[in-house]
Design a protein around this ligand. Structure first.
Ligand code: WT7
Length: 635
């Protein structure tokens, strides 16, 4: 990849043009560098977006952990691979070297094998941000098992839905977790979730908080004693390029969460390539991404991308405000972090606090600042640039998705001049297109439209687990022959992209992708609720917050509204998790609907956002009178 460590703008354009002119040649050259291939590919790419079928590096054989770990042992055996920073700052940080990572991943892999896990089996990982999470993930990859990491902030219902969808055989969890000053009983959430998951045979439990927990005879096993007995050698399972590496669930605008399937070779090549170029990683840098490994950002840019480059990747267990709002900056000073990657919602929360929290610490080690998850607003961008980067660190606003596997549109530090709120230019190999409402591509600059990608890239998700039709429908049917992202974007006069936000019923709250349908389904479970509709409205810190319009059944009408609001949020917490709670709940007698019965969310969105000057065309409404009622009672 040294050929493609892009260092200035002309070089970017050169590489980009090459990647478009001859994509196969381009991706072949990248794959040829550094990686260990057990067998070379026969064909770099075959694709058909109408099926859709996408194959990269067909015929190749490899194991991704061999590339992320074994390959570095000779030159970087004693280098820190994972730098674990615990929730409590008085607990010592743990430096896991590449050599130790090798041993611990192999031990874990052997434990999984002993539990009967084989290539292709699905393994659910429901762990807090402790080293076992990264190690378990890699251990699955070592033996060819497909990991399905479920973010440990999700509820028991969300966990069991995901386990059942992909029929996982085993769950890896912990007794509990630390989160700032709180502890969370993770194991009891698992116990509840496992009441209806017939495929689960075993639960492996890591010890983190040393709490008294219930261990189910025959099902639950403590992890550590098994690891202690396991060998530190485990031959990597040799995988085909297109064998699934993992499933990761993401919300859709309708229906249950989608199990996005990522495969081995293309994902590895693309995350390694983008990590190196987006962060300009150099050998002795310490890189820190604050995401949780339960999201794609953590998969690609805490685990696989950094490790494929032999990097030191910080893994932080805690939260930005514990013990106080200086924690992030303290960690940057303490570990001399060079690249820092976080979300706009965190930046906005931190920017609200006193600057003393920042100024107490020496942030001079920083070289690159990253942002991901949602559009970064102008104010947050400048605060980040001025106070954290001291105007010396390029800000990379990286646009991508669970489905894309890796960063798609982003400045390349020191090559691409940045522009506040712009994700700027596509990565080499990425061919964006803006589409109009009639399905035509909008050419030229200073235009806006719906963002599609015209050509395959190596780390794109290949399917939705068990539902290829839904994969085609969701991503490849809106615009023929193109991958549709669900986002709107504009292209400025020099060709820079700015992502303007979702154009479907997905709402990004604090950088988390939430579909309206599952939340509405949860609310409708409340015995007093007849119907509901969720929309997003702008929020200072979260970017968007959720606004619910709820129609009560007759039985609910005499009830105390504040109690009802609490109960509704309680149900949401149980079904999805606290991240999906509603900030505002308005009770109403009806919802604006079209004659075909579709809720006009556009109107509800405008009312919730206090933007009622122009509600647009309401003539197709079945019940226009309800709009006035809702406006009169808006919260
Ligand atoms: C959606 C994908 C990619 C990891 C985290 C989110 C929004 C993401 C940006 C950005 C504007 C962004 C989009 C996208 N998004 N990054 N830099 N600027 N919007 O992954 O949960 O799959 O969500 O997040 O709307 O479609 P995800």
């Amino acid at each position: 990849m040294s050929n493609y460590h892009i260092k200035h703008l002309e070089e970017y354009y050169q590489v980009f043009r090459k990647s478009v002119r001859n994509p196969e040649n381009f991706w072949e050259e990248i794959a040829e560098e550094h990686f260990i291939w057990r067998k070379r590919w026969d064909k770099v790419l075959s694709w058909d977006f109408s099926k859709p079928e996408i194959k990269w590096y067909e015929g190749a054989q490899l194991n991704i952990t061999e590339n992320c770990i074994d390959r570095h042992l000779r030159t970087r055996g004693d280098k820190t691979a994972i730098l674990f920073e615990p929730n409590d700052p008085s607990e010592e940080a743990e430096h896991i070297t590449y050599k130790q990572l090798y041993e611990r991943v192999n031990q874990f892999a052997n434990v999984l094998k002993d539990q009967g896990i084989k290539k292709g089996d699905r393994v659910c990982i429901y762990l807090p941000m402790i080293p076992e999470l990264a190690i378990a993930t890699l251990a699955c990859a070592r033996i060819g098992a497909i990991h399905s990491v479920v973010f440990a902030g999700f509820s028991s219902t969300a966990l069991s839905t995901r386990i059942n969808d992909s029929e996982c055989k085993i769950v890896i969890t912990s007794d509990g977790s630390y989160r700032g000053s709180k502890t969370i009983d993770l194991k009891s959430i698992v116990d509840e979730g496992l009441e209806e998951t017939p495929s689960i045979e075993t639960v492996l439990v890591a010890k983190r908080i040393n709490s008294e927990i219930n261990m189910k005879e025959g099902r639950d096993k403590w992890l550590q004693p098994l690891l202690d007995k396991a060998s530190t050698e485990c031959e990597p399972e040799i995988m085909d390029a297109e064998d699934p590496l993992f499933i990761l669930y993401t919300s859709g605008s309708t229906g249950k969460p989608k199990g996005m399937v990522h495969t081995t070779a293309g994902y590895m090549v693309y995350t390694a390539f983008t990590f190196k170029n987006a962060f300009q990683y150099r050998e002795n840098d310490v890189y820190w991404c604050t995401a949780d490994i339960g999201w794609i950002t953590g998969h690609s840019y805490i685990v696989y991308g950094p490790l494929a480059n032999g990097a030191t990747s910080v893994m932080f267990e805690g939260v930005p405000n514990y013990p106080d709002w200086g924690r992030f900056w303290e960690i940057i000073e303490k570990h001399k972090v060079s690249q820092f990657y976080t979300a706009p919602t965190a930046i906005r929360a931190l920017a609200k606090e006193n600057l003393d929290y920042v100024e107490k610490y020496d942030l001079s080690s920083l070289k690159v600042l990253g942002s991901v998850g949602e559009p970064i607003n102008d104010e947050a961008w400048h605060w980040y640039d001025t106070n954290i980067g001291k105007k010396k660190c390029p800000i990379i606003d990286t646009w991508w998705q669970t489905e894309t596997g890796g960063i798609m549109i982003s400045p390349i530090p020191y090559a691409t001049p940045t522009k506040p709120t712009y994700a700027t230019l596509p990565f080499p190999g990425i061919q964006p297109a803006l589409m109009d409402e009639n399905g035509k591509e909008i050419k030229g600059n200073q235009v806006d439209g719906r963002l599609c990608i015209k050509f395959p890239w190596p780390s794109m998700a290949r399917t939705i687990w068990n539902n290829h039709d839904r994969y085609r429908e969701t991503y490849f049917s809106a615009y023929k022959g193109k991958y549709f992202t669900g986002d709107g974007a504009l292209r400025d006069e020099v060709g820079y992209y700015r992502i303007t936000g979702r154009v479907d019923d997905v709402i990004i709250v604090s950088g988390h992708n939430l579909g309206t349908a599952p939340i509405e389904d949860a609310i409708n479970e409340h015995p007093a609720v007849a119907e509901s509709a969720i929309v997003g409205f702008p929020h200072d810190i979260k970017g968007n917050a959720l606004y619910g319009y709820v129609i009560l059944k007759e039985t609910g009408e005499g009830r105390d509204q504040n109690n009802l609001r609490k109960e509704i949020n309680q149900i949401i917490t149980e079904h999805i998790g606290p991240i999906a709670k509603l900030d505002k709940i308005q009770f109403t007698s009806g919802l604006p609907k079209t004659r075909s019965g579709k809720i006009m969310r556009r109107i509800l969105r405008k009312i919730a956002s206090n933007d009622t000057s122009n509600l647009g065309d309401t003539s197709t409404l079945l019940n226009p009178e309800v709009v006035q009622e809702i406006m009169d009672n808006v919260l």
